[in-house]
Design a protein around this ligand. Sequence first.
Ligand code: EPU
Length: 422
Amino acid sequence: MDIFHIEGPVRLSGSVSINGSKNASLPIMAAAILASGKSVLSAVPHLSDISVCGELLTRLGCKLARGPNGDLSIDSTVIDNPVGEYEIVRRMRASICILGPLLGRCGRAEVSMPGGCAIGDRPVNLHLRGLQELGARIHLKNGYIIAEAPNGLRGKDIFMGGPFGSTVLGTANVLMAATLAKGRTVIESAACEPEVADLANLLNKMGAKISGIGSPRLIIEGVKELQPTRFEVIPDRIEAGTFMVAAAMTAGEVRLRNCRLDDMMAVVDKLRSIGVTVERQDKGCVVARSGSIKASNITTLPYPGFPTDLQAQFMALLSLAEGNSVIIEKIFPDRFMHVAELNRMAADLHKEGPIVIVAGVKKLVAAPVMASDLRASAALVLAGLAAEGTTIVSRVYHIDRGYEKIEERLNPVGAKIIREDI
Ligand code: EPU
């Protein structure tokens, strides 16, 4: 098992390129199921979650290969085992996004019911209700969701809002299934995240008829079949946001290449309001901080609001602010595994339900800490860059799920991170 030794404090300076988006790639890989033949995807990052998704598709019958230029080809000519096994789903909850495309293509799917995870319960009731509205018969058997639509799916008006707003993968599942349903589907309260828009753009390239892309009302005219295609995945806005915080926390100056600021306005606005400069530069931006960090309040919300996937990283940043900040988590109210670990590094965080009060401190101090989930672990790495001494982060495999060789990306711009296999 790998651990990181992170020596701090450092000042980051230089240029980093942002990789393709993990959360766009996963449903886009699943969408290849919808068309028989070979799809070719570029900018799919080399991450453990992507490998798990590849394994999932392989077990369905698909053939996957990486080309010499890194492109990922998925040949879905044969899908003879429409089953998402527990052994894989338990490793990656996003496996649930094969449910909609399998139903659309095969009229049947069996997918292990995902359990909870480090960030909360994470139900899938909205996914299932949406697919039932399209005419699927769904029941649970031995921990598996069994979904059937032997005579095909039928378009319908569906409301997909839940107690915490829209659902990203729920929207993806219903959207993918609806592309091959008979007639017209309207998804109201659809997730507007750029990753959902990217999926819809891919589906249209495959021959789907989707309008309202990027809005909370998606309209899908069902088609008889889809064709495989070539597609480039959008850059990862969460990786970009994480590296922006790295620049800000270390009072550095970092140029991010291949970064779509238009997908990140809530994040950019927050950075600017706390004293960080973010300047747009052709296909990227430059992020720098010279003065102190001002305290600020953050409430996570569905897109275009502030993303929950950057809440932990901004908590690490605001730990070093002058004054008190309040962070309210409105998407995953239990997503606070990083609080106790950051406090071990001399942060001053008080949690009350879904709210954390961040009392700014002058400095963070290195400590041995444990990664718990992907974004919480990223926050610990960021804290380690700014803290005095050598921070040791264990269970680095959580970080590898969503950041491709983070040490090889940050060390060239001034980080001192050593990976050790213990
Ligand atoms: N929800 C329900 N019922 C459902 C589905 C969701 O009540 O059937 C609730 C959830 O419990 C949560 C809220 O709705 O309170 C939003 O959850 P959502 O379904 O949007 O989350 P997701 O689709 O499972 C994706 C990302 C997460 C990201 C969330 C929110 C992928 C692979 N995962 O998850 O990314 O936090 O959207 O933006 O796209 C990460 O990358 O670290 C990560 C966890």
